[in-house]
Design a protein around this ligand. Structure first.
Ligand code: PEP
Length: 252
């Protein structure tokens, strides 16, 4: 399957930002997209506390809602955690797992990320599995090896192009204003495409690979044009509808 046959996804990760008042942004975004024939899927991942309301705000619209993390278990004694089933119940269609902020702040391992992705599949959610190298690893020439190892460890059995999305996010580019060059993005994404083919078989060729790391309206078209890039995972620039639409426009 050629790259152009894959429907791109533009996903917004709000991180720990947004209370009820912030719902004006997806409402605005929904209005901006009314009547527009989109050539990509659009996802907003707000904090879990407003997923249900975000879904209601965008009811009938084109924007899907997602979670930012989930626990591997369906229920149990895990104070403060949220299961994939709970996200699904709240209206989520997808969930981000293995974001570098979780891997760093919560010391999440590849095995834990794989268990979370498996939980997402169990609950009927698409798992957006994040991988990416640190600056130290890039400078040490280890980028491709790190990506291979994270993919092997983080993709669970049963992953396919319908239930899994890979997000390549160089850790040094997240929230820093720095972006990988198009050559670096193309190299990483082409490597990921090859590696997921080994793990997922024929499904690997159909699986979406997103780029994330300081994507904004001014650099989106160039980054999205790199080989094997099937959309974006956007942090800061997804918080304001006016910025997010500037990235989505790449696929209008
Ligand atoms: C992210 O949080 O996944 C991200 C890519 O953030 P930013 O776009 O702000 O770099």
């Amino acid at each position: 399957m050629s790259d152009t046959a894959i429907r791109p996804l533009v996903a917004g990760n709000w991180k720990m930002n947004g209370t009820t008042a912030a719902l004006r942004e997806p409402r605005l975004l929904g209005a901006m997209l009314k009547g527009v024939k989109l050539k990509c899927d659009v996802l907003v991942c707000p904090p879990a506390t407003i997923i249900r309301r975000a879904k209601a705000v965008m009811k009938g619209g084109k924007i899907k809602v997602g979670g930012q993390d989930c626990h591997a278990a369906a229920s149990g004694a895990h104070t403060g955690d949220i299961s994939a089933e709970m996200l699904k119940d709240a209206g989520a269609a997808m969930v981000i797992v293995g974001h570098s902020e979780r891997r760093t702040n919560h010391k999440e391992t590849d095995a834990e990320v794989a268990a979370k992705a498996k939980a997402a599949h169990r609950a009927g959610l698409v798992a957006i599995i994040c991988i990416g190298e640190t600056l130290e690893e890039r400078k040490g020439g280890k980028t491709l090896d790190v990506l291979t190892s994270q993919l092997k460890g983080s993709i669970p059995e049963g992953a396919n192009s319908g239930n899994t999305v890979i997000a390549y996010e160089p850790v040094w580019a997240i929230g820093t204003g720095l972006t990988a060059s198009t050559a670096e993005v193309a190299e990483a994404h082409t490597h990921i495409r090859k590696e997921i083919g080994k793990i997922m078989g024929a499904e690997g060729a159909k699986t979406r690979i997103l780029y994330g790391g300081s994507v904004k309206p001014s650099n989106a078209a160039e980054l999205m044009g790199a080989a094997n890039v099937n959309g974006a995972l956007v942090g800061g620039a997804s918080l304001k509808a006016a910025d997010f639409i500037g990235i989505i426009k790449t696929y209008m």
